[in-house]
Design a protein around this ligand. Structure first.
Ligand SMILES: [Fe+2]
Ligand SMILES: [Fe+2]
Ligand SMILES: [Fe+2]
Length: 418
């Protein structure tokens, strides 16, 4: 697999931005605003790229709508430090992105308090640059596409009122210089900011990732989505473990087994778009809720398909609710187009979900799981060969799905120490 770090960073932003539901692209806007202010201050190209990527990643500690809306609805939320700490812990474990972890930890720290922190001048500047860019976007977001050119004066006033306290005065002055042009504000509209980000994505970060690094980054992404609800905690991580075990038992090559594991980690990323109350509903979903829930595997595809080099892994991940009989969603591929790897992910997903407690039922015993799997084979949804193979190693699959079987992903999770 040959994957560039820049494209994975954009994918993380696309995933995390989904938490905002109708307010997506926040990370892209913060990256854009930060890079414009940095440019005004005469930043080096390297620092402009740093500010842009930091903007994309700054909210990687936000998984729930509840946290997102508190951050948007308060100019200075008391509990903002929670997502700063989560983002810091996630990125500091991953060497190529560790340089962003300190600025992320302090991206809601007031400028006057930053001098008390034992951090470098560069990290303090970058942290405060993201703080000001983030607050600009939050103040402006309800005005894009409508009256932003009229509303911009009140955004500027709210920012300048906090110069020297929340924000470094030089950053506020640079913002006042760049905000004079209408272009600065119009560029923040959804259509433009999306294209700007894809254009930036064409520039390689010249950081090709090793397989080990792709797995580590996928695990970070899995952690973000699994945190969305206590009921899905570690679901993606355990699906990846089960899928890799099935792939190995099937005799797939080592390279394919690694890719299956990565697809397992990434399969439910689109659930970041599912409202918290649907994921946590303590009963069956009604038709409307079900129709919203069933969009998540398409969202997974949309996040992953732009990552060059990830091709088939994106499809295996996105096909995890497809049935062999065409009765799944959302693509309805022909049976011949459902590869062994995609079929493995589908079985691992059902297996792990049944083992785990859900808001509307307790986790099932192994016997109950096996009954359901064989019914799903009979109805033509799951692959008979793979389910038969799973029945032969059922106890091991059950232990892995429960997480009682120690493995290398657990070692990574300990690295996050969250
Ligand atoms: Fe933010
Ligand atoms: Fe799913
Ligand atoms: Fe799943």
């Amino acid at each position: 697999m040959n994957i560039d770090l820049r494209q994975m960073v954009i994918a993380i932003e696309t995933a995390v931005s989904l938490v905002g539901m109708n307010d997506t692209n926040h990370g892209k806007r913060v990256g854009y605003i930060a890079s414009q202010i940095g440019n005004q201050l005469g930043f080096s190209d390297e620092d402009i790229q740093f500010a842009f990527e930091l903007g994309l990643l700054h909210d990687c500690g936000v998984s729930t709508e509840q946290m997102h809306s508190s951050l948007v609805n308060h100019f200075d939320w008391n509990d903002a430090h929670i997502h700063c700490r989560i983002g810091h812990q996630l990125l500091k474990s991953f060497e190529p992105l560790a340089k962003f972890s300190i600025p992320i930890l302090h991206h809601h720290t007031h400028w006057i308090d930053l001098s008390n922190e034992n951090i470098s001048a560069h990290d303090a500047l970058m942290a405060n640059l993201i703080f000001i860019s983030d607050r600009i976007d939050v103040l402006a977001s309800s005005h894009y596409e409508t009256d932003i050119l009229l509303a911009k004066a009140q955004v500027v006033k709210a920012i300048t009122d906090h110069s020297g306290t929340f924000f470094k005065p030089e950053l506020v002055q640079a913002f006042e210089s760049v905000e004079c042009t209408e272009a600065f504000w119009i560029a923040l509209e959804d259509r433009h900011i999306t294209r700007y980000t894809w254009d930036m994505g064409k520039y390689s970060s010249d950081c090709p990732l090793s397989l080990e690094q792709i797995k580590h980054l996928s695990l970070i992404m899995a952690y973000i989505v699994d945190q969305k609800s206590p009921f899905t905690a570690l679901h993606s991580v355990r699906v990846a473990d089960v899928a890799k075990f099935i792939a190995t038992t099937c005799g797939l090559s080592e390279a394919q087994c690694h890719k299956v594991e990565i697809a397992g980690l990434l399969h439910d990323l689109g659930k970041l778009h599912t409202p918290d109350d649907i994921l946590e509903k303590a009963g069956p979903l009604n038709d409307t809720e079900r129709s919203v829930m069933n969009q998540h595997s398409y969202e997974t595809f949309e996040i992953l398909r732009h990552i060059e080099g990830l091709g088939e892994v994106a499809r295996w991940a996105a096909y995890h609710h497809e049935g062999l009989n065409g009765a799944g969603y959302p693509f309805h591929p022909k049976e011949r187009d459902l590869s062994t790897e995609a079929r493995i992910i589908a079985v691992a997903d059902v297996f792990q979900a049944l083992v785990q407690d859900r808001p509307y039922r307790k986790g099932m015993t192994l016997d109950e799981v096996l009954v359901i799997l064989s019914k799903m084979v009979e109805s033509g949804k799951l692959d008979n060969t793979i389910v038969t193979l799973v029945e032969g190693v059922a106890e091991q699959c059950f232990a892995i799905a429960q997480g009682s079987d120690p493995n290398e992903n657990q070692a990574y999770l300990n690295l996050f120490s969250l």
